[in-house]
Ligand binder design. Structure first.
Ligand code: ATP
Length: 356
């Protein structure tokens, strides 16, 4: 099966500045893909090029094998929601949602009926006659979503649509958007710089850095099997340690901080003897103890800071020059003190190798 949306060699420059280097990406029909990355990494530019608000300098974009090159934004059949995509202030919620249908010459009676059905789908039954100023921020975003979906777009593009909402409302809307997207089966690209949001909502996450794709994979793959050091560092909390592979066949490495380590996480890249690598151990895979733990690999650290989150805490310490982060159950924090020396331990399956 061929991809539904395909970006091939997409490059975008603004004067002498390269915003997108060479973007290749394929998205399946019905997929929910999130663009995640630091500010300025090219997420919005990629979205704008797909939407047609920006022209790619090079490369091709196709939907169902049809090139979008010569289509103006309004001809692309793409629904878009921005963080501040203003609704028409003098139109009611239903009239706002009807607007794209009106542009497509759908009659008022039929169009308003569809608009009201769409408002119902986004949880705004009974709000059809309200003006935007009579709706909360979250409700306005629901209207914007209904307006982007009412004409059955080929693609739905969402650019930080929840950025202006408070945490609780944001979480509620994440669940809602996911529900509506699955129900309609609309191919969706969601831009965010919030990694929890990306983790919880996406079929696949595309990690951007400096106008390039670092990795495109399912959320758990991104977390457990990052392709690059940048991804390992950007997604979640990580301990990254330099090491050299001493015996590739048995996964043995020598690390100045940890000593001899056995690397055995699933899905590691192929190893060779003498290879310089970076080891990744997530803080939740380390345990702290007074004495070395039997059956685990151990090293020592001195506790520097304890950051308490209630149900859990992150203990930050130093082993030589290396900072070590350990996530512990909240209850364990009472027995730990800053300045204490302790052991941290792990098992081979917690050690993932990144090729340098
Ligand atoms: P954010 O999370 O902050 O929205 P982003 O990943 O979406 O960031 P883009 O908005 O795609 O990043 O910007 C990528 C780079 O391109 C940035 O360095 C930005 O300054 C630059 N850029 C974007 N639009 C223009 C423009 N119209 N003219 C010049 N440079 C631009």
């Amino acid at each position: 099966m061929s991809a539904y949306l395909r970006l091939a060699g997409v490059n975008k420059t603004f004067g002498s500045f390269t915003a997108l280097g060479h973007i290749d990406l394929e998205v399946e029909k019905g997929e929910f893909v999130t663009f995640l990355g630091p500010s300025g990494s090219g997420k919005t530019t990629t979205l704008m090029v797909i939407a047609g608000f920006e022209q790619a300098t090079k490369g091709e974009i196709t939907v169902a094998d049809q090139s979008l090159a010569h289509l103006a934004p309004q001809e692309r059949n793409i629904g878009i929601v921005f963080q501040n995509y203003a609704l028409f202030p003098h139109k009611t919620a239903a009239e706002n949602v009807y607007f794209p249908l009106q542009m497509r010459k759908v009659g008022k009676k039929e169009g308003m009926k569809k608009a009201e059905e769409m408002l119902e789908l986004v949880g705004l039954a009974g709000f059809a006659h309200r003006l935007p100023k009579e709706l909360s921020g979250g409700q306005q975003q629901r209207v914007a979503l209904a307006r982007a979906l009412v004409f059955e777009p080929d693609l739905l593009l969402l650019d930080e649509p929840l950025g202006a909402l408070d945490k609780n409302l944001r979480e509620q809307m994440q669940i809602e958007i996911k529900r509506i997207q699955k129900r309609l089966g609309v191919t969706t690209i969601f831009v965010t710089h919030d990694q929890t949001e990306a983790m919880s909502m996406s079929d696949r996450i595309v990690v951007f850095s400096n106008g390039a794709i670092e990795q495109a994979a399912a959320p758990l793959d991104i977390y457990h099997r990052p392709a690059t050091r940048f991804v390992a560092d950007f997604i979640g909390e990580s301990n990254l340690l330099e090491a050299t592979i001493t015996d590739a066949a048995s996964g043995k490495a020598q690390s100045p901080v940890l000593g001899e380590v056995t690397c055995g996480a699933e899905g590691m890249p192929p190893l060779t003897d003498g290879q310089a690598v970076t080891l990744l151990i997530r803080p939740e895979h380390l345990k702290l103890s007074r004495e070395p733990k039997e059956g685990r690999q151990n090293a020592q650290m001195v506790i520097e800071t304890i950051v308490n989150y209630g149900d859990n805490a992150v203990v930050i310490g130093h082993a030589g020059d290396q900072q070590i982060r350990v996530r512990v159950p909240g209850a364990d924090v009472v027995i730990l003190k800053e300045g204490d020396s302790c052991h941290f331990s792990w098992t081979a399956d917690a050690v993932f190798v990144l090729d340098k």
